[in-house]
Design a protein around this ligand. Structure first.
Ligand code: CP3
Length: 355
């Protein structure tokens, strides 16, 4: 395998010197690209696509070719973990995810297995990681990922997406021990899963805590952050002679940046609700920062997008430890030309901050 030709992303994660600010975007392989929609049609649906290592690799590489992204992210979904634990997962067209048998009580949680061998239950993801590494051939690093235990639990208890999270909150408040048992099983499963991804070639990993922000500060610590910390402490942080950076992203968690940085992660992911200079002043000397343009800025014209990129770069200022990204995933109806303009603006405008 060829050595890495572009390691800007890995260097920025570790706050090392870079020639310009690296950029990738959450959900960069997805429905806004006609190339993605074509591959998904060929696969016969989203979950079939996730189960085909060759086609996963194809869609993972699409944004590397189209956007010139500085990192690739494994194409999969956070919900393949509960599926591998025995839950029945489906995605209706134009709908979100659905579990036909959501968890309702202690007995349901007790029955769930802990995944300890990712090559068994999630072997197709391990194969996808290895296939993507082969096909990337050293162009850019590959990021692996998982959902946080809390975020996975919300889908497993609600049976899908939710507006007010009534079921998962009721379980958390009424049966905290059941919730802790579930989160503990998920933390152990997810740690083994990420270590499997790292062993198969993931060069960095991100934990997506999409729903941590719906919790109070106290509950965030007890029901989300503590479990992410447990995962971080179990990860293999060294592979192929390089450090494997860990990125922790809690949407809606900007009030807790210091605590997130204290988990021992290398990078804190920012949503768009905080100015990056404020985040940097609070924690920027301890960890790298990833973010944080408002994803809806991609509906604006390219010159407005460039102005926003310039503002974020100026707020971060000179110095290392910035990975440019959106504050959450790109939405399906964004014109691809706007995404291309966004990446180009970061590449061009960031050079002056690294001279
Ligand atoms: O970022 C990437 O390009 C890698 C692929 C990726 C997907 N899902 C593919 C996907 C990643 C990292 C995820 C993570 C994920 N999945 C999260 C956490 C990140 C976030 O966005 O908050 C969550 C909460 C999920 C669960 C999930 N998967 C939902 C709620 C949905 C439906 C909503 C939607 O956007 O349609 C999915 C489906 C999904 N996952 C799609 C893709 C490309 C769309 C499916 C399709 O092609 O029809």
């Amino acid at each position: 395998m060829k050595p890495l030709q572009n390691d800007l992303f890995l260097r920025a994660c570790l706050r090392e010197n870079v020639e310009r600010t690296p950029v990738w975007m959450m959900r960069q392989a997805g429905r806004y690209l006609s190339e993605y929609r074509a591959t998904r049609a060929k696969a016969g649906g989203f979950l079939n696509l996730c189960r085909s290592p060759e086609m996963c690799s194809e869609v993972t590489l699409q944004p590397i070719d189209i956007l010139n992204a500085d990192a690739a992210i494994l194409f999969s979904d956070i919900l393949v973990v509960p599926e591998a634990m025995g839950m029945d997962l489906s995605f209706g067209t134009g709908e979100g995810p659905k579990f036909s048998d959501p968890l309702t009580c202690r007995a349901d949680v007790e029955k769930l297995p802990v995944l300890d061998d990712p090559t068994r239950e999630l072997g197709y993801v391990m194969d996808a990681v290895a296939t993507i590494r082969r096909d990337l051939n050293g162009r850019v690093p590959l990021i692996g990922f998982t959902g946080s235990p809390w975020t996975l639990a919300t889908y497993m208890v609600e049976g899908g997406g939710s507006k007010n999270f009534s079921k998962v909150k009721a379980m958390m408040f009424n049966e905290p021990e059941t919730m802790h048992l579930l989160l503990d099983k998920l933390a152990d499963s997810v740690a083994a899963y990420l270590n499997g991804q790292i062993a198969h070639g993931a060069q960095a990993v991100q934990i997506f805590d999409t729903w941590g922000g719906i919790l109070t500060s106290r509950d965030y610590k007890a029901f989300s952050l503590d479990y992410m910390q447990k995962i971080v402490s179990k990860l293999n942080r060294e592979n192929e002679g390089r450090r494997v950076p860990v990125i922790l992203y809690t949407k809606g968690g900007m009030g807790w940046l210091e605590a997130i940085a204290d988990t021992g992660c290398d990078v804190v992911g920012l949503d768009w609700s905080i100015d990056i200079d404020v985040a940097k002043a609070r924690i920027g000397d301890r960890v790298a920062l990833q973010g944080n343009m408002d994803p809806t800025m991609l509906y604006a014209q390219p010159d407005r997008i460039r102005a926003e990129v310039k503002d974020i770069l100026a707020r971060f200022g000179r110095g290392n430890g910035h990975v440019f990204n959106l504050g959450h995933g790109i939405t399906p109806d964004v014109p691809p030309e706007h995404a291309i303009a966004f990446f180009k603006a970061v590449r061009e405008e960031s050079v002056q901050y690294h001279r």
